[in-house]
Write a new protein. Structure first.
Length: 165
C-alpha cells in the first residue's frame, strides 16, 4: 500500500524542508539569545535543534532511498554523490551540536560554551545551504524526480540538453 500521491516519486521531497526550517530557526534563535544575553531561550533552542536533527536523519534516509528509485541523468550522478557527502556532513555537525546541547543541559549558560555551540550551528547551516543547493540543482537543472526526465528518457536526452533548446 503506497500512501504517497501518484505524482510523488518518493517521500524525500515532503520531508526536505522541515530540517532546513527547524535548524535555521534554531541557529537564529541561538544567536539571538547570545546577542540579547538571554538564557531563557536555551531550552527552546535545544528543542529546535533536536527536532531539526531528527527530521534531518529522516530526510537523509529517504534521500538515499530516493536516489535508488528515480531516473538519474548521467551528468547528475556526480551531483548526487556531492549532495550525499554534504548531507552526511550536516548529520555529523548537527548531530554533534544537538548531542552536546542535550548532554550539557543547563550547563551551557557560560558564554564561551554557548558561543562554541552557536558557531557549530553556523557551520551546520553553511553545510545545509550547500546541501540544499545541490538538491535544488538535481531537481531544477537535471529534472531528477520529475516527470520531465521520465518523459524524455526514452529519447536519450538529458534534462539539460532538452531544457537548453
Amino acid at each position: 500500500m503506497n500512501l504517497l500521491p501518484e505524482w510523488a516519486p518518493n517521500l524525500h521531497p515532503f520531508l526536505v524542508h522541515f530540517p532546513i526550517a527547524l535548524l535555521v530557526t534554531a541557529v537564529i534563535v541561538d544567536w539571538a539569545g547570545i546577542v540579547l544575553r538571554s538564557v531563557t531561550r536555551t531550552p527552546f533552542t535545544t528543542a529546535l535543534y533536536l527536532a531539526g536533527t531528527l527530521t534531518l536523519v529522516g530526510t537523509f534516509i529517504t534521500g538515499r532511498d530516493a536516489a535508488q528509485s528515480v531516473l538519474l541523468p548521467g551528468m547528475a550522478h556526480a551531483v548526487v554523490e556531492d549532495h550525499w557527502a554534504w548531507a552526511t556532513g550536516c548529520l555529523w555537525v548537527f548531530g554533534g551540536v544537538t548531542a552536546l546541547r542535550l548532554g550539557l543541559r543547563g550547563q551551557t549558560t557560560r558564554s564561551y560554551g554557548r558561543l562554541l555551540l552557536a558557531t557549530g550551528g553556523l557551520v551546520g547551516v553553511a553545510l545545509l545551504i550547500l546541501t540544499a543547493d545541490l538538491g535544488g540543482q538535481l531537481v531544477y537543472k537535471y529534472g531528477v524526480g520529475t516527470r520531465f526526465v521520465a518523459v524524455h528518457a526514452d529519447r536519450q536526452e538529458s534534462a539539460v540538453d532538452v531544457g537548453s533548446r
